[in-house]
Design a protein around this ligand. Structure first.
Ligand SMILES: *[C@@H]1O[C@H](CO)[C@@H](O)[C@H](O)[C@H]1NC(C)=O
Length: 176
């Protein structure tokens, strides 16, 4: 059992990468013409990552969600959406990093603030486990790359140790 604990921690930290979080656009207000808090303010407090989902809640038949190009977002132009949703419970997968633009498809709603831009953070690539051995430079050539300093090697070791401790901790939370 003890040997499973770190594994559980690793699985937990992979969970977010694989499945993502659901973000309810506008919180309790949902997707409405005049939200209590502007969608800009709502979005600024969130950290969106690839595979997260946006959930738009609105009255079916009375509103819709359009994913649009940046230009159409700024102009509130509803005539050429990339995608259109109107089932009242729209789940949108953020499947890449970068900006996504949404406006209401109802006439006049976007101009009154029913518009949302979400910027998904770039995927962070973990550091490679070990530097690949490079051939020794020839005696008469100058190496273009500085050799790694001891302190950066220590930093990597420390951060790996930290990850291990974190995994143990998460494992303990699950099974404790
Ligand atoms: C909206 O976009 C379409 C196609 O790009 C364009 O023909 C139309 O004039 C635009 N409408 C407004 C109000 O900008």
């Amino acid at each position: 059992m003890d040997r499973l604990l770190p594994l559980a921690g690793v699985l937990l930290s992979l969970f977010h990468v694989s499945f993502g979080y659901d973000f309810y656009v506008g919180g309790k207000d949902g997707w409405v013409v005049k939200p209590d808090e502007s969608y800009d303010l709502w979005a600024v407090n969130m950290r969106f990552q690839v595979n997260d989902k946006l959930v738009f809640k609105y009255k079916k038949g009375e509103d819709s969600v359009l994913q649009v190009k940046e230009e159409d977002f700024h102009l509130c132009n509803t005539s050429n959406p990339i995608k259109k949703f109107n089932n009242g419970d729209t789940v949108f997968l953020l499947d890449r990093s970068g900006p996504f633009y949404f406006i209401s498809g109802e006439s006049g709603h976007c101009a009154q603030g029913q518009k949302l831009v979400v910027v998904v953070m770039a995927v962070r690539v973990p550091p490679s486990p070990s530097p690949s051995p490079s051939p020794a430079p020839a005696a008469n050539s100058v190496s273009p790359l500085p050799s790694p300093t001891p302190s950066s090697a220590i930093g990597v070791a420390v951060s790996r140790a930290y990850c291990g401790v974190l995994a143990l901790f998460l494992g303990a939370v699950v099974f404790g």
